[in-house]
Design a protein around this ligand. Structure first.
Ligand SMILES: C[S@@+](CC[C@H](N)C(=O)[O-])C[C@H]1O[C@@H](n2cnc3c(N)ncnc32)[C@H](O)[C@@H]1O
Length: 284
């Protein structure tokens, strides 16, 4: 590995400073900034430095890791996390919910006169995932009004959570929705001459957006019927993934479904789930 990396100002990110950042981020939120991530870290730090008018990596890092820089530390976490997401991403999960998962869940719960359905979108990014879950449930529960459906949508990035709460998306982002879904679940709006779509009150009313760092204590026990933690654990190392998979299992109801990203895997992890289809697991 290079001992230092230069930014355009001739200022260098030393190996020591890179390690300080990667260690502190790993401890804080589990994101594994290995050596291959150096260019990304350097570019993202440089961007923050330009915004705050710092000309030295060392000084910026000292500030971000100090008590006075607590607020900046959150911006640093925001800038180092990857937020890529989209509506109905990895469609097969939503198809699995529609059939066979939901009909079976509704049948079992009806028999028990339990009308609560609890869902967790862990690492929800800008909200497309929990809104897609809400649409799927509203559309596919025949007597929806009699059910008490709640979705917890959480993320460690405060900035991205604010966007999720706002639920405003431009035309290109809402393309995966059908015309009927747009009509029913989105409210068209105009912001500075640009056509945008706002998630409807109906969607917003069943989703609670919360800051939650998966590495810390969780202030609830569940049980959830559905947990989506997709394209989050890919940024963690195997021992961290294994710990999390176990913790999710404890919060999932028996027969509940756990979905991970299709580029993630439970291989090599001791777990209590039954494989249902790729990236989809049922708690036994
Ligand atoms: C690539 S996005 C995935 C979004 C969505 N689940 C999907 O699959 O489209 C990863 C998200 O995980 C969040 N994340 C990363 N580390 C986290 C942690 N320790 N606790 C909670 N969220 C975390 C990031 O902030 C980011 O929004």
């Amino acid at each position: 590995m290079n001992t230092s990396l230069q930014n355009t100002n001739g200022n260098k990110l030393s190996e020591r400073d890179f390690r300080r950042i990667s260690d502190v981020i790993y401890k804080h939120c589990g994101i594994n900034l290995h050596d291959g991530k150096e260019p990304l870290v350097r570019a993202r730090l440089a961007k923050r430095m330009r915004t705050l008018k710092y000309d030295s990596f060392r000084k910026y890092i000292d500030f971000a890791l100090s008590d006075a820089g607590k607020h900046e530390f959150h911006s640093l976490v925001d800038s180092l996390s990857t937020n890529l997401t989209s509506f109905f991403r990895e469609k097969s999960h939503f198809e699995y919910l529609i059939d066979p998962f939901l009909p079976k869940l509704l049948e079992i719960k009806s028999r028990l006169s339990d009308h609560k359905i609890r869902i967790w979108s862990a690492g929800c990014s800008s909200g497309e995932e929990p809104y897609s879950l809400a649409i799927t449930l509203i559309e596919n529960i025949p007597d929806y009004q009699k059910w008490d459906v709640k979705i917890l949508a959480s993320d460690v990035s405060t900035q991205i959570l604010d966007r999720a709460k706002q639920g405003t998306y431009d035309q290109s982002r809402v393309k995966p929705l059908t015309r009927e879904q747009k009509r029913r679940f989105l409210v068209p709006n105009n912001i500075e001459g640009e056509k945008v779509y706002q998630a409807s009150r109906e969607l917003q009313s069943i989703i609670s957006f919360r800051y939650l760092n998966l590495m810390k204590e969780w202030p609830f026990k569940g049980p959830f019927d559905i947990i989506f933690c997709r394209n989050v654990m890919i940024y963690f190392d195997k021992p961290t993934q294994a710990r999390l998979v176990g913790r999710f299992g404890k919060c999932l109801a028996k027969g509940g479904v756990f979905c991970i990203g299709h580029s993630e895997s439970l291989a090599g992890i001791n777990h209590q789930y039954r494989f249902a289809q790729p990236a989809t697991y049922i708690k036994e």
